[in-house]
Design a protein around this ligand. Structure first.
Ligand code: ATP
Ligand code: MG
Length: 384
């Protein structure tokens, strides 16, 4: 009896002609997530089997697979040869000690002498004979024993379905550049877009020495955590210290955040285009803070030349975002108390609904192109 893991995939089956490509990306992503662990991945009529792994690594493998987008559900199964005695032994091994149960059989191998109903009835009967504490209830069972007879003369026997991460395989929806701040929201935004199949690279802006090195370490840690879902990620780090000093010196301070956002967008767009990304992603949520108004977003968008901005959290409340942040494992790092550059030179009364003409008038006091080029010279790229 060999332990195997059955992987069922999510929406890939909807993708007509491109299905082969989606599946290849999916397998590559599973391989990456299981790197360093002995295993083999085989395709079996519309699903995958992970085989030949060390049984002691089963939990470790499952933990990693939980982060692979595209997996609809998975089951740990016993693989035996398709023979009623062997199937019965496997069914006994996965059968609960007490309660109501039913046996479900799926027979891909139509040459097998018994049909599905007969197999279920016989295995169910033999289980009943061995254990007086269980009884059959096909309508309202406490547990179900699944028997899957494959075409290759083997049978898979299992009793649990675990929900996978869902979504699409990362890499099948292009690449996005996530503006990652060190706060709670941006990693969640990146995770949501990665779930829809997008590869993610990140860009972080700092104001060293106004912000400290721990803030940088925190963003590196957050990117690493995010990269466990995205099959790796690059982190671009850029200094906006001089930009902020210039805004502080020359512009109406109330426009600090609005103007800084526009610089971030310009710089992020350039880095994104150079690295082949097709959009920017932010963790903004409508009305969450003063700068996250539709006018603020319009002001940020208006500096972009070709790329679009995805803001997947726009319709979420803070507590919903926190819940997701906890679930994906970024929350504890996000709440470490290091300052973001947006809190440097923070005005008492930031403009909340900036009029584009006023923003542009303030910005004209600055040498925008020179400041952008200068910031880009501080670019440092880490591969995580
Ligand atoms: P977060 O929790 O992601 O920090 P927030 O609620 O603190 O978000 P803001 O500080 O207004 O909101 O930032 C809004 C978005 O702008 C962030 O989600 C992020 O995408 C981007 N952003 C803010 N600061 C930075 C930064 N220092 N580097 C990169 N992106 C940033
Ligand atoms: Mg923030």
């Amino acid at each position: 009896m060999e332990k195997v893991i059955i992987i069922r995939y999510a929406e890939i089956h909807l993708k007509g002609k491109n299905r082969g490509w989606f599946e290849r990306v999916f397998v590559v992503n599973m391989e990456k997530s299981l790197k360093g662990l002995k295993h083999e991945i085989r395709r079996h009529s519309g699903r995958y089997l992970i085989e030949n792994f060390e049984e002691s690594e089963t939990e470790n493998i499952l933990e990693r697979l939980k982060k692979v987008f595209g997996i609809h559900s998975y089951s740990v199964a016993l693989k035996v040869c398709a023979d009623m005695d062997a199937i019965f032994k496997a069914a006994q091994a996965v059968c609960g000690m007490e309660g109501k149960f039913k046996v479900n059989t799926h027979r891909a191998d139509k040459r097998f002498p018994l049909n599905s109903m007969q197999i279920s009835a016989e295995i169910g009967g033999r289980l009943l004979d061995c254990n007086g504490n269980i009884k059959v209830d096909v309508h309202n069972p406490d547990f179900i024993i699944d028997i899957d007879l494959r075409e290759n003369g083997t049978a898979l026997v299992f009793n649990e379905f675990f929900k996978g991460a869902g979504g699409m395989p990362v890499g099948t929806s292009g690449k996005g550049m996530l503006l990652i701040s060190g706060g709670i929201d941006s990693p969640v935004a990146g995770h949501m877009i990665a779930k829809r199949g997008m590869s993610i690279d990140c860009v972080h802006f700092h104001s060293y020495p106004y912000t400290n090195m721990q803030a940088r370490e925190k963003v590196i840690e957050l990117t690493k955590r995010l990269s466990s879902y995205t099959c790796g990620a690059k982190l671009n780090i850029v200094s906006v210290t001089h930009i902020q000093e210039e805004i502080h010196k020359k512009c109406n301070g109330d426009y600090m955040v609005t103007l800084l956002r526009r610089f971030m967008m310009r710089i992020a767009e350039k880095i994104a285009i150079d690295s082949g990304a097709q959009c920017l992603i932010t963790g903004e949520s409508l009305a969450q803070v003063a700068s996250q108004t539709v006018e603020g977003m319009t002001s940020s968008n208006s500096v972009l030349k070709t790329l679009t901005v995805l803001r997947p959290l726009c319709g979420f409340d803070k507590d919903e975002i926190i819940e997701r942040s906890r679930a994906i494992g970024t929350y504890e790092t996000s709440i470490e108390p290091y300052e973001d550059c947006c809190t440097v030179f923070l005005p008492k009364h930031p403009v909340t609904r900036p009029k584009l003409s006023d923003v542009i008038a303030e910005e004209e006091k600055l040498d925008v192109n020179v400041l952008v080029d200068e910031a880009l010279k501080t670019l440092e790229t880490l591969i995580l």
